[in-house]
Ligand binder design. Structure first.
Ligand SMILES: Nc1ncnc2c1ncn2[C@@H]1O[C@H](COP(=O)(O)OP(=O)(O)OP(=O)(O)O)[C@@H](O)[C@H]1O
Ligand SMILES: [Mg+2]
Length: 433
């Protein structure tokens, strides 16, 4: 034992002596995709694009591929899910038919790797990871959890070894549980999800994991016949068809990641014909609505028994943040009393069970965006920051104060609020215009 030398087969190095990384995102040429990804795709990285069936994953990845080819990079698209003829049809429709865009419907990963060896693309797109298979992997048919994981792992190894930017499309069911993106999230570098309401044109690309940048950016697109069109000014999009002068409408400066979207929240209150009045919501959380109705009943004195309440976020957007409490509650009061808020007002704040109005994140940014779009008054929690010059902050401690401040109280301002539900079925003629 004594004097023999020990051979070190493995070693550790000081971190500072590891060569610095020089990863650089390559712009995709699609502005909203670049924004979501923090600049573009990093060579050697693997990005997952998840989403429900028919939401536009193949459209987005084909547009990405076409744009890369236009910029002089080579792309291999594996369209195991569709025939190459179908992909050609889509490319024609999207104006993305290029001689240099390579497409294959091969579904074995060994075949894909062989094609990568031969063509040495700068970008590999696999649509979808559920339809490819790896012969050496046990675990059943394509799409099974074992196959999906094995295929993705193999593609990650190839991507790293070659510095090949890789995009995988993954199906996501409503509950997000199938052998889909959930299995893959640990394996890939970046996880994105294309989401939206299929009946509306708006599509949001959210990033939930990103090894090369922040995850709070968001890409916004509109689905058109020519494909996904980047939306630079989303607030305009949501408010375009707003009917000013109708009761039950309040605008929320909402935050999605780093972006502010001005979203109109609407409520409708109608006399119920059933013993169990309806509480129906679209784009806003049903349980949150029920909670706000209880707070309105107990803390503001709004009697909502015997009426149906409907609430929506306009434009197919999902509003789940706490800041929507105050505008949603005001929309319900407005609908119930048949009184309108002034058109140039926004409201934002969380409402507690005691009827207190609480601070929410990002108010400064929200107010700037609201002001930019012509809003000059904001109903806000008492501790809210100063609004931009030209905008008035109406600070409220409680929801009851907010109802008075919004001019929805039947009594003179400041008289304390007890609103009767009667005007629901009412009394005042609907405002004109
Ligand atoms: N001819 C067309 N004109 C306009 N829009 C179209 C047309 N064909 C398809 N679309 C739009 O594209 C959507 C389908 O997009 P795409 O095939 O990219 O979705 P996907 O997420 O890849 O779906 P899948 O899960 O089936 O693969 C349709 O829901 C529709 O909105
Ligand atoms: Mg598809």
């Amino acid at each position: 034992m004594g004097g023999s030398t020990v051979l070190h087969t493995v070693d550790a190095v000081p971190l500072a002596r590891v060569p610095p990384t020089s990863f650089r995102a390559v712009p995709t040429g699609i502005s909203e995709l670049d924004r979501a990804l923090g600049g573009g795709l990093v060579p050697g990285s693997v990005t997952l694009v998840g989403g429900e069936p028919g939401i536009g994953k193949s459209t987005l990845t084909l547009q990405l591929a076409a744009e890369q080819v236009r910029c002089g990079r080579s792309v291999l698209m594996v369209c195991a899910e569709e025939s190459t003829t179908q992909v050609r049809g889509r490319a024609e429709r999207l104006g993305g038919l290029h001689d240099d865009l390579l497409v294959t419907s091969v579904s074995s990963i060994d075949g894909v790797v062989d094609l990568v060896d031969r063509h040495r693309p700068d970008l590999l797109v696999v649509d979808s990871i559920q339809t490819v298979h790896l012969a050496s992997a046990t675990g059943g048919a394509p799409g099974s959890a074992g196959q999906v994981r094995a295929c993705a792992q193999r593609l990650v190894v190839e991507a790293k070894a070659r510095g090949l930017a890789t995009v995988l499309v993954g199906h996501l069911t409503k509950d997000g549980s199938l052998a889909g993106p959930k299995v893959l999230e640990h394996v890939v570098d970046t996880v994105t999800e294309l989401a939206g309401d299929r009946h509306h044109a708006l599509r949001l690309l959210r990033v939930s994991k990103h090894r090369f940048g922040p995850t709070d950016e968001l890409g916004l697109f509109e689905m058109a016949s020519a494909g996904l069109v980047p939306v630079d000014d989303p607030s305009g999009l949501f408010l375009a068809d707003r009917s000013v002068g109708t009761s039950g409408s309040v605008v929320l400066p909402a935050m999605e990641g780093h972006r502010t979207l001005l979203v109109e929240l609407q409520a409708l209150v109608a006399r119920s014909t059933t013993p169990h009045p309806r509480r129906s919501s679209q784009g806003v959380d049903q349980r949150r609505l029920a909670l706000l109705l209880a707070v309105l009943e107990r803390r503001v004195g709004l009697d909502l028994s015997g009426v149906d309440v409907y609430a929506t976020a306009v434009g197919g957007v999902q509003v789940t943040e706490p800041g929507s409490d105050l505008p949603l509650a005001l929309a319900v009061v407005s609908a119930a009393t048949n009184r309108c808020l002034v058109a140039q007002v926004v409201a934002c704040g969380e409402v507690g069970l005691g009827g207190e109005v609480r601070q929410v994140a990002g108010l400064e940014r929200r107010l700037h965006e609201a002001h930019r779009l012509g809003f000059n008054r904001a109903i806000l929690p008492a501790s809210a920051p100063e609004p931009p010059a030209g905008m008035t902050a109406v600070r409220v401690d409680t929801l009851a104060d907010a109802v008075v401040a919004a001019g929805l109280s039947p009594g003179p301002a400041g008289s304390g609020v007890v609103v009767s539900a009667d005007p629901v079925v009412s009394t005042e003629p609907p405002p004109m215009g």
